[in-house]
Design a protein around this ligand. Structure first.
Ligand code: NAD
Ligand code: UDP
Ligand code: UDP
Length: 315
């Protein structure tokens, strides 16, 4: 059935892929974005589609539209971007969630929150299951994002308890792919851009910290499946690829796949940088019948091709 679906943060990395997939599935898509970290270039190819509409709006202000479903993705996501104006980051997560939940309450729309593995902080339990309550420093440099997202989860569950809203909460682990912002400082985009330019690869700390990288197409499939679950299933549910890799190893993979001559350059480890991260996706497998299909090398190749084209166009 064709639905009216709003995606906040729809001009960002994940949001633009989600807009595309929902349009392909025959829905009417409203993309709401203030273009803080997203861009019109990410959605340019969708603008001619009569079922697509782009609206410039900041979610910290109220918004009155009529929709059937809301994917709430608006929030700067990379440490460089969310630490640029940390007070604003908390406001986006918290005021943005309140406004979108208010909208969902008024319209009866189902609403999905893009939460994050950062709610687990620097985890003392490994791999992370949804019932782990996390290890977040509430006053550190990452807190604006981590605590903002944790508070947004609280709001989602209180709106459900108090007002009976149909909510879905996805805890997204590191995701990568085409349309990542080349300057947002995230590890995959940094390494690929550095390798393609023949610059040194910046390893923060000793490179032994781990992450688990999910390709964007897999992640988007998980979000759509989560939205389609019965009302009884709210999550939170981890969405990510459970193959763990050290950052040093990732650097070697990127060098191999690009054929770059780049050296490794050691930089200081940022404050509160989690030492290890890997999702336990048992719940997603059971409730969504979801499991990632794209391997790291396959995803990296597609991402390298994207950045290669982008850098050539800029040259
Ligand atoms: P992104 O920065 O590319 O996208 C965020 C989008 O939100 C951008 O288009 C930005 O302009 C928009 N935005 C920011 N503030 C806004 C505001 N006040 N009003 C309206 N729009 C606003 O990042 P992304 O990687 O696509 O992340 C999307 C969502 O997924 C975020 O909520 C992020 O926290 C979450 N997430 C992403 C990852 C990941 O690895 N990519 C991991 C965990 C969680
Ligand atoms: N809101 C919105 N769009 C709507 C309905 C509400 O942006 O369609 C905002 C509104 O500004 C409000 C917030 O969502 O501040 C929370 O709404 P709710 O109804 O939960 O609370 P209240 O209006 O009582 O503050
Ligand atoms: N990182 C790195 N070099 C970079 C960028 C990041 O070594 O140029 C490290 C960073 O310290 C962290 C990991 O890579 O340990 C993932 O960083 P990213 O910012 O992509 O995501 P997050 O820390 O939010 O998982």
């Amino acid at each position: 059935m064709n639905k009216k679906i709003m995606i906040t943060g729809g001009a960002g990395f994940l949001g633009s892929h989600l807009c595309e997939r929902l349009l392909d599935a025959g829905h009417d898509v409203l993309c709401v974005d203030n273009y803080f970290t997203g861009s019109k270039a990410n959605i340019r190819h969708l603008l001619g589609n009569p079922f697509f509409e782009a609206m410039r709006h900041d979610v910290t202000f109220p918004l009155y539209v009529e929709v059937d479903e809301i994917y709430n993705l608006a929030c700067p996501a990379s440490p460089v971007h969310y630490q640029y104006d940390p007070v604003r980051t908390t406001k986006v997560s918290v005021h943005g969630a309140i406004n979108m939940l208010g909208l969902a309450k008024r319209t009866g729309a189902r609403i999905l929150q893009a939460s994050t593995s950062e709610v687990y902080g620097d985890p003392a339990v490994h791999p992370q299951r949804e019932d782990y309550r996390g290890n977040v420093n509430p006053i550190g440099a990452r807190a604006c994002y981590d605590e903002g997202k944790r508070c947004a989860e609280t709001l989602f569950f209180d709106y459900r308890r108090q007002h009976g809203l149909e909510i879905k909460v996805a805890r997204i682990f590191n995701t990568f792919g085409p349309r990542m912002h080349p300057g947002d400082g995230r590890v995959v985009s940094n390494f690929i851009v550095q390798a393609l330019k023949g610059e040194p690869i910046s390893i923060y700390g000793d490179g032994n910290q781990t992450r688990s990288f999910c390709y964007v197409d897999d992640l988007i499939g998980g979000l759509i499946k989560l939205m389609a679950t019965p009302d009884g299933f709210t999550g939170p549910v981890n969405l990510g690829n459970p193959v763990e890799i050290s950052i040093g190893e990732l650097a070697k993979r990127v060098i191999d796949l690009t054929g770059a001559k780049s050296e490794l350059m050691v930089r200081p480890l940022p404050e509160d940088d989690p030492l290890q991260r890997c999702p336990d996706i048992t719940l997603a497998k059971a409730e969504l019948d979801w499991t990632p299909a794209v391997g790291l090398d396959q995803g990296l190749k597609a991402t390298i091709a994207y950045f290669d084209e982008l850098l050539r166009a800029d040259a």
